[in-house]
Design a protein around this ligand. Structure first.
Ligand code: F6P
Length: 372
C-alpha cells in the first residue's frame, strides 16, 4: 500500500458513487476541511465516475459542505455509471485525471465504487512518473462490505426502519394485524436483522438463511400461530405480528402475503395481513450523529494515510474479526488493501467467510428468540 505521499499543493479529487448513503456529505466535508488544513487542493467530482469521465470537477466549498453535512444524500451527486465499466469510459476517466493533474483520488461508496477505485490504482502521471494515490471510504446502507464493521449510512437506515416499524406497530396493534415490512439491503440481511431486533419484530426473513418459498411461508405462519395462539405462563397474547423481510429474499412480498393468508385462513381466521415496502425511504433522511462522525473519522484517516504515502486501501471501522492494527490517526480505523476488501466482500456475499458464517448462525438463533 506504500508510495510517495501527497504533499502541500497536490490536487486531490473526492467523489461519491453508487447508492447514496446518509453521512456521505459529512465524509466529504471532513476531507475538504482536513485537506485544506494540510494545504492540499481539494476538488469535488460531480456524480461519481460519470463526472470523472466527463471532466465535471470543481473546488470543494467548505461552507457548502458544512451545510450539506447535516443532510442525507450527497451534495456532490452520485451515479451507477455503466460507462465507467467500459474501456472507453476508463480511458476518459484517466484523461480527466491527467488533464487536471490529479495526484490523489478519494472514493466514498460501496462495493461497486471501490471496485472502480481499484481499476485506477495503476494510473501514472506522465510528467512526474508518480502513481495516483487512491483511498477508499465505505458508504452503503447495506453493510455488505468486508473489512469494516460499519459502513457510512447503516446507522441512519437502521434508525429509519425502527422509526417506521414503531409507527406500524401502533396501527398493527390497534387492528390485531400482521405486517410484512420489506426493507432495503440488497442481498445482505444485516439491516433487516439489526433493525428487526431493535424494533422488536416477531420474525426477520433474510436471504442468508437459505430457505425456499415453502419454508419462508411456514416460518411466518408459525410466528403468527405462536403470537395469536396459547401463550407461555405470564405472557399475554400478542395483538400484532411484525415480520421484517429483507429485499434479497426471493419471494415477492405480496406473493408471500397471499401464500401466508391461504395457509392461515382456517388456522387463524380473524387476522388480516398487510404489506409495507419501505423502499428508498430507508436510504434518505438526516444522518444520525454516529453516521456524521463515522464519515468524518474515516475520511480524516483516509486522507492522512494518503499523505503518509498509503494507497490502494479502504479505511474501515474496526470491529470483531478485523485483526489488523488500527491506523496511527484513529484507534477505531483500520486500513485494508482494496484487493483484500473486494475479495473478502465477495466471500461475505457467498457466505464463505467467518463473518458470513457468524451472521448466519446468529440469524438462525435469533429466529426462535424473536418468536416468543
Ligand atoms: O446499495 C444500496 C441500495 O439502496 C440497496 O439497498 C438497493 O437494493 C439498491 O441500492 C437500490 O438501488 P437503486 O436506487 O439504483 O434502485
Amino acid at each position: 500500500m506504500g508510495s510517495m505521499g501527497l504533499t502541500k499543493g497536490d490536487r486531490v479529487a473526492v467523489l461519491t458513487s453508487g447508492g447514496d448513503a446518509p453521512g456521505m456529505n459529512a465524509a466529504v466535508r471532513a476531507a475538504a476541511r482536513v485537506g485544506a488544513e494540510i494545504g492540499l487542493d481539494m476538488i469535488g467530482v460531480e456524480d461519481g465516475y460519470a463526472g470523472l469521465i466527463e471532466g465535471r470537477l470543481a473546488p470543494l466549498d467548505i461552507r457548502v459542505m458544512d451545510e450539506a453535512a447535516r443532510r442525507g444524500g450527497t451534495a456532490l451527486g452520485t451515479a451507477r455509471s455503466k460507462a465507467f465499466a467500459t474501456p472507453e469510459g476508463q480511458a476518459k476517466a484517466r484523461e480527466t485525471i491527467a488533464r487536471n493533474n490529479l495526484r490523489g483520488l478519494l472514493v466514498i461508496g460501496g462495493n461497486g465504487s471501490l471496485t472502480g477505485a481499484r481499476t485506477l490504482t495503476d494510473v501514472v502521471n506522465a510528467a512526474s512518473g508518480a502513481k495516483l494515490i487512491v483511498g477508499g471510504v465505505p458508504a452503503s446502507i447495506d453493510n455488505d462490505l468486508a473489512c469494516t464493521s460499519m459502513a457510512i449510512g447503516v446507522d441512519t437506515a437502521m434508525n429509519t426502519i425502527v422509526e417506521a416499524c414503531d409507527r406500524i406497530f401502533d396501527t398493527a396493534t390497534a387492528h390485531k394485524r400482521t405486517f410484512i415490512v420489506e426493507v432495503m439491503g440488497r442481498d445482505c440481511g444485516y439491516l433487516a436483522m439489526t433493525a428487526g431486533i431493535a424494533a422488536g419484530a416477531d420474525a426477520v426473513l433474510v436471504r442468508e438463511a437459505g430457505k425456499d418459498e415453502g419454508q419462508i411461508v411456514d416460518q411466518v405462519v408459525r410466528t403468527m400461530q405462536r403470537a395469536y395462539g396459547p401463550q407461555p405462563a405470564g405472557a399475554s397474547t400478542k395483538r400484532r405480528v411484525l415480520v421484517i423481510k429483507s429485499e434479497g429474499v426471493q419471494v415477492e412480498s405480496n406473493r408471500l402475503k397471499e401464500l401466508v393468508e391461504a395457509k392461515v385462513k382456517t388456522l387463524i381466521p380473524d387476522v388480516d395481513t398487510r404489506v409495507t415496502v419501505l423502499g428508498h425511504v430507508v436510504r434518505g433522511g438526516t444522518p444520525t450523529a454516529f453516521d456524521r462522525l463515522l464519515g468524518a473519522r474515516l475520511a480524516n484517516s483516509a486522507l492522512r494515510a494518503m499523505v503518509a504515502g498509503q494507497s490502494d486501501f479502504m479505511a474501515g471501522w474496526c470491529g470483531p474479526g478485523i485483526t489488523r492494527a488500527a491506523c496511527p490517526w484513529d484507534p477505531y480505523v483500520v486500513l485494508s488493501p482494496l484487493d483484500e476488501v473486494l475479495a473478502e466482500t465477495a466471500k461475505l456475499m457467498r457466505g464463505d467467510s467467518d463473518l458470513a458464517r457468524w451472521r448466519k448462525r446468529v440469524f438462525a438463533e435469533v429466529e426462535d428468540i424473536l418468536q416468543r
